[in-house]
Design a protein around this ligand. Structure first.
Ligand code: UDP
Length: 259
């Protein structure tokens, strides 16, 4: 199938290096400590953050004796006491895809994406400033059209900022692929399901570091750098947009407080 026309246009009319339209909104869930909606084209997700709050962990409730017997729990508890803990749950609403999704969470894919998002967010949250506390990040896909994990990471970054969680940088994410011998930025579902490679990158833009790199399918080695570079540029564009949204939100808060 032809994913890039002879005129250099993709099926949805974008150029190869063009991202889908992004849109974000802070404070979508009033009961959460921080929340945000993030859209990348037709992919739409919501993130809600609770915390930092006191650790609610079963291992904390174990007796000291049981903890000493079980080194794993002891190490885990020490980490939580010193660094705090971050939990993340990714799910897809059962109306988020064309076919009704029977198992919106708890399947292998959701478990893996939850872990990937948690590890990515851990790279920027300054947990050492919040010992004995836990932060819960819930991300739910409302509409899925490719790139949901990237959209969830971007939404989580905004929600964490909204909750006032200290972070060393703003993690942002974007994907890129390679179809018809052309590197393509920010794949939608049709492009994603074409069977080509899908490289998802997460960066810490201010620190200039990569914190997430995932790929499926296969890609010629000499092309990998190009595709990664393209995804990184996408992450930087998202970072600029997120900064604008946060600035605008701060201005509105100041205005409401009459500062
Ligand atoms: N998808 C779907 N049903 C599912 C899982 C995925 O329709 O149960 C679609 C959805 O549009 C998603 C895309 O497949 O965005 C690609 O999924 P993938 O696992 O590659 O993760 P993503 O690109 O969303 O991060």
């Amino acid at each position: 199938m032809e994913y890039v026309s002879p005129e250099g246009l993709r099926l949805d009319g974008r150029r190869p290096m063009e991202m889908r339209q992004i849109r974000a909104e802070i404070g979508a869930v009033s009961r959460a400590d921080g929340s945000a909606i993030f859209e990348m084209g037709n992919t739409k997700v919501v993130a809600a953050v609770y915390g930092p709050r006191e650790v609610q962990n079963r291992s904390q409730q174990m007796s000291d004796q049981a903890l000493v017997k079980n080194n794993f729990f002891l190490i885990k508890l020490l980490c939580i006491l010193c660094l705090g803990s971050i939990r993340c749950e990714y799910s897809m609403a059962n109306f988020s895809t064309g076919d009704r999704k029977r198992k919106p969470k708890g399947d292998r894919r959701s478990t893996e994406i939850s872990m990937v998002i948690r590890q990515t967010m851990e790279a920027c949250i300054m947990t050492h400033l919040m010992p004995r506390s836990q932060i819960d990040i819930y991300v739910q896909v409302l509409q899925a059209d490719g790139g949901t994990r990237s959209a969830c990471i971007n939404a989580a970054t905004l929600a964490l900022s909204d909750a006032g969680i200290p972070m060393c940088d703003l993690v942002t994410s974007c994907s890129a692929g390679y179809l018809n011998s052309t590197p393509l930025l920010d794949l939608n579902y049709v492009e994603d399901s074409a069977g080509g490679p899908d490289v998802t990158v997460g960066i810490l833009p201010k620190l200039n570091k990569v914190t997430l790199l995932q790929m499926d399918s296969k890609l010629p080695i000499d092309i990998l750098e190009n595709v990664m570079q393209l995804a990184t540029e996408g992450c930087k564009a998202v970072a600029n947009y997120i900064r604008e949204i946060l600035l605008e939100n701060t201005k509105q808060l100041e205005y409401r407080r009459g500062v």
